[in-house]
Write a protein that binds this ligand. Structure first.
Ligand code: NAD
Length: 321
């Protein structure tokens, strides 16, 4: 297949591009390198089936001369914890609009990367694809990300109804692994690993009892490949999460990472930061996916345990310390 990946130099995009090339697909990637890195696509840049363009997906002209059977739309702004909500809302909309129009014109499929954050504050875990999406007040800017992705999902489905757009939507639950962004942009595990290596206190937001599930990137990529190659994924939404829905508190994640880096007898240093430090901020207290649909409809089977995946990730991240 001819596959276009937006955000190819980012974490998921670079891992996905590598696997797709290994499977014999032709991959074109676009990235403006705002949050991605050329080093992430170093290993594939000479592949004859890979083309890279640097550019902004918010500019419709960037997509003009590319043709693909499917566009994997990964480029995105994320939770505006340290940036502004306006950019998240505007850029995510503009990029998606351009990609959707392109798909309709060329009769290509869109695979859209949504997020577990769309379930928001729904207390009823595990979340299935039909669960309610419960947002906090619009005065809390962190919800701008989830709202931009909810809007994106609804926009795609409306275009399916009006123009027959073929789509798959994946809601990722905390992916991690090689090529992850080394700041908070990449998720808590990136910064926890760095702090553990430096034997500095790990910053934990709130009391650390909020839970998450973490999906090793190979599992995330294999779920995406199933969505790309299996027609049962057409016009469906899939949660994309780890084996056994392994839920862990952020505090336990920090302790686990500390001990994997510094040895099991080492005493972790933890520093609890009150949410009030972030201004008008709200966190999600539990986040657990039900991935039955992905497994039963597409034959997907996640393989990686958290500890095993973290060891791989720590070994990769060591080079940057
Ligand atoms: N990684 C996760 O755990 C996770 C969880 C939930 C959802 N997601 C979603 O999955 C997708 C990929 O996530 P990721 O972790 O690889 O993110 P990432 O930030 O590492 O990669 C995204 C890439 O998109 C690029 N990009 C952003 N805006 C762009 C623009 N206007 N034009 C061109 N390129 C642009 C960035 O430079 C970056 O390389 C995103 O849509 C994200 O919202 C990821």
């Amino acid at each position: 297949m001819k596959i276009l990946i937006t955000g190819v130099a980012g974490f998921v995009g670079s891992n996905l591009a590598k696997s797709l090339l290994q499977r014999g697909h032709n991959v074109t990637g676009i990235d403006n390198l705002n949050y991605g890195f050329l080093r992430n696509i170093d290993a594939i840049k000479e592949d004859k089936n890979f083309q890279f363009f640097m550019g902004d997906i918010a500019n419709p002209l960037i997509l003009k001369d590319v043709k693909a059977d499917i566009i994997i739309h990964l480029a995105s702004q994320k939770i505006p914890r340290y940036t502004n909500a306006l950019r998240t809302l505007e850029e995510n909309y503009l990029m998606l609009r351009n990609v959707v129009h392109k798909c309709i014109m060329d009769k290509s499929k869109i695979l859209f990367a949504s997020t577990s954050d769309v379930y928001g504050k729904n207390p009823n875990v595990p979340f299935s694809e039909n669960s309610d999406l419960v947002m906090g007040p619009t005065t809390v800017k962190r919800w701008a990300y989830a709202l931009s992705k909810m809007y994106g999902e609804q926009y795609i489905i409306a275009n399916h109804e009006e123009y027959g757009l073929n789509y798959t939507i994946t809601r990722f639950f905390g992916s991690y692994g090689p090529n992850q962004n080394l700041t908070w942009w990449g998720g808590p595990q990136s910064v926890f690993i760095e702090k553990a290596f430096k034997k500095e206190a790990i910053d934990i937001h709130g009391d650390g009892l909020q839970t998450r599930t973490f999906t090793y990137v190979e599992d995330t990529v294999n779920a995406l490949i199933a969505c790309i190659e299996n027609e049962n994924s057409n016009n469906e939404i899939f949660n994309t999460g780890p084996k056994d829905n392994a839920e862990i508190t952020i505090k336990d994640l920090a302790i686990l990472i500390w001990k994997l880096v510094n040895g099991k007898d080492s005493e972790p240093k933890l520093n609890f930061i009150p949410y009030s430090t972030f201004g008008n901020y709200e966190d999600v207290m539990r986040r657990v996916p039900d991935i039955t649909k992905l497994c039963s409809k597409l034959g997907f089977k996640p393989q990686w345990d958290l500890e095993q995946g973290l060891i791989e990730t720590i070994n990769w991240q060591k080079q940057f310390i």
